[in-house]
Design a binder for this molecule. Sequence first.
Ligand SMILES: [Mn+2]
Length: 394
Amino acid sequence: MRGAALSDLHLGFRAFPATIDGRNAREVDVEHAWAAAVQQVIDAQPDLVTIAGDVVHHPRVGTHAVKAWRDGVRRIVEETHATVIVIQGNHDAGRTAEVLTPIVLPDDLPRVHIVTEPRRIHVETPTGVAAVACFPFVSRGNGEAYKLEPDPEADVNVLLMHAAVKGSADGDTLPYFYGGGDEALDIGREADRWDVVAVGDYHEFTRLHPSRLAFYSGSIERTSSNIWVEHAPKGWVLYDTDTGEMEFREVPTRGMHDDALEGDPAGPVTTAAAVNDRLAKISANEGHQDSIVRLRVDQFPRDERADVDWALVRELKRSCLHFYLDLRFRARATEELGDRRDRKVSSLAEEFAAFFALDEEAVRRIAERYLELEAEAEDLAESSPERELEESVA
Ligand SMILES: [Mn+2]
């Protein structure tokens, strides 16, 4: 059986102010990536297409995203013989019964299964019967426990899930912060029992086992909350259970260039001249036009801010889809304040004087006048008839 495994489409994702025909450019980019992936899947003519969750960025995405989703699934159904199985991810799921996830909309198409609760689906393939055990993200569980078992009667067993798993069989392929929980599924233990383990949630393509077909196919565009860590190509996985081989198919995405002037906290500062030099290099690079570009600058001295070529920064903001000058200031020398308890308690007037010490004379005078008025108001309140009445009753 030949299968196409996709995941984490995140249709409806938006970022940055740039627009294309009046729409958020990044949302349009994600739709383009999905359309490209659909075409590649059609060209590959698989027997089974799985989408391991996070079809949409959130369950209330706009109609453009929902239409793009349905159009893509319809094209796959019309132009291949494949069965399409989609499971719900955490981004797809409504948090209350009032919100129906929009990913269910192509459910009326033939050979399409949209799965929002754990269940097994049997599919006829040229290799025989494939049993697909589906474990979607479930936001409001029904309290039932499900057993993670392959179907002994099936010719091919596929485990399709949206979860943070452990990839211990392949060493440190996943970052330390990921899938660390004790309840996380250990793919090292599971992979041998299944022909395919296709997982969604993690956005970088990652093999979870050195020889078995077990992997995160990753997202099809850069849609994480921090896109600057997503350097690897985006795409999906084409696999063959008869040969045990798999192939990562890259999807074209918006260009991203992440440049840095790295600094050492103990070393010299990064000067404005060095920043301007790098800005000029970025500007001269044609490849950066229409891309998402960042220049990260470490150990930058605050007082050199004015010497940065801000006109060139503005020009880059125009020529790039998005340009981000990520200036990280060198830490200021801090004053040793000692033990708070040893310091004398300031009066309001002293606190006030310290707070406004660096302000202009006129500002200080307004503040002083305010403080005086407050004091007067307090005096008045204390001598008010109500107050006297209260006191006499007490
Ligand atoms: Mn995701």
